[in-house]
Design a protein around this ligand. Structure first.
Ligand code: TXA
Ligand code: MG
Length: 346
């Protein structure tokens, strides 16, 4: 049975009446209800292994328009379409040999492919581009919902545009709970950062548009050819290929400042010090209540999983500044640093 989401903003938004999103789980009856809601053009927040998505039928233009409204997202920033498998993807885009290889190697999973689109995809989904971004998520609840709905689901991350992506159902409820009718609770996301996006344009080498947990090395190995790296710093304006890669993104409201790995200064009163992993000596000479770490173990996969939840928590604690230690260099560490850089800009 769906239950009302515990939504902190509910009282603060009288215009929404008493309606708050209902939490559902992946029981057969809840999934049937959500599948029906999606087919009827409603929005449903869904868990994926990367982050929660705000889903609507990718074939329903009005429903997709509502996604942009609810997120406050510019219409020129295209959506990722979620499909159960490559066969479903082939109805929306043209897969060349490289796309087939990458889908076979990494789907279902945290890889998004940008491919030439077919006519079935409404222009609003792709912001008028001739390409569409496709992903087959691995989260079991997302897969069951895709199967029950029988339609492709357009879903950007389920956060207000520019804010930190959600990795729990509660995160979604906190920022969008009064604006959407349904949240499918699939527990905390196992990866924790958004998918790797790869563009496969005809006659061009494969290019990473957004780094993720699947690394350039893994992609090159699966393809048997070189893959171009993501541009270091996407600037605003016409040159932005994946508009979601604007410099300021994933940002807490509290100013966040990055420091080199191993070079975090002692926190002063009002400031938070955030280490990559547990450091006992961190407590020397500073108030313990302002010291945090992303991971107990130092495994970057743990950092990725905890990254957004800790940034959201820090943002709610009233610090004047958040000082963050960068991750050590590694494929996943570099992706974590990409997200931290965007969280810290501005
Ligand atoms: O892990 C993920 O990818 C999550 C989950 C929910 O699947 N989704 C996600 O969506 O991160 P979103 O909308 O927050 O980010 C999608 C990115 C944006 O930067 C967008 O500009 C880019 O994908 N994108 C979408 N379609 C594109 C296209 N046709 N060409 C280039 N970039 C595209
Ligand atoms: Mg996003």
């Amino acid at each position: 049975m769906p239950v009302p989401a515990p939504d902190r903003n509910a009282q603060a938004t009288p215009a929404s009446g008493n309606r708050v999103a209902l939490f559902c789980t992946d029981t057969a009856s809840d999934l049937a209800k959500l599948a029906e809601a999606l087919r009827a053009g409603q929005l449903v927040a869904i868990p994926t292994e990367t982050v929660y998505g705000l889903a609507a039928s990718a074939l329903d233009e009005a429903a997709c328009r509502r996604i942009f409204e609810v997120k406050g997202r510019p219409l020129l920033d295209p959506l990722i379409v979620h499909v159960p498998d490559r066969a479903a993807g082939e109805r929306l885009a043209r897969f060349d040999g490289r796309a087939v290889r990458l889908a076979e190697a990494f789907w279902p999973g945290p890889l998004t492919l940008v491919l030439p689109k077919r006519a079935a995809v409404p222009a609003i989904v792709t912001a008028g581009k001739p390409t569409v971004a496709l992903r087959s998520p691995a989260h079991p609840a997302a897969r069951r919902l895709l199967a029950a709905a029988g339609i492709p689901l357009a879903a950007p991350s389920a956060n207000p545009f520019g804010y930190i992506s959600p990795t729990t159902a509660q995160h979604v409820a906190e920022s969008l709970g009064t604006r959407i009718p349904w949240i499918l609770d699939g527990g905390p996301c196992s990866v924790g950062i958004e998918s790797t996006i790869v563009a496969l344009a005809p006659d061009r080498p494969a290019r990473i548009l957004r780094p993720g947990s699947i690394s350039r090395e893994e992609l090159s190995e699966a393809l048997g050819e070189a893959v171009e790296a993501a541009p270091e710093e996407a600037k605003s304006g016409a040159a932005v290929e994946a508009p979601g890669m604007l410099a300021r993104h994933y940002s807490p409201a509290t100013p966040a400042v990055l420091f080199a790995h191993g070079a975090l200064p002692a926190a002063r009163r009002g400031e938070a010090a955030v280490f990559q992993h547990r450091r006992e000596h961190a407590l020397d000479g500073i108030e313990g209540s302002s010291v945090f770490w992303f991971s107990e173990s130092g495994d970057p996969a743990d950092t990725a999983r905890n990254l957004y939840a800790l940034l959201r928590r820090l943002d709610s604690l009233g610090f004047t500044r958040i000082h963050i230690e960068r991750a050590a260099h590694s494929p996943l560490g570099d992706t974590i640093n990409d997200r931290l850089r965007r969280a810290a800009t501005g």
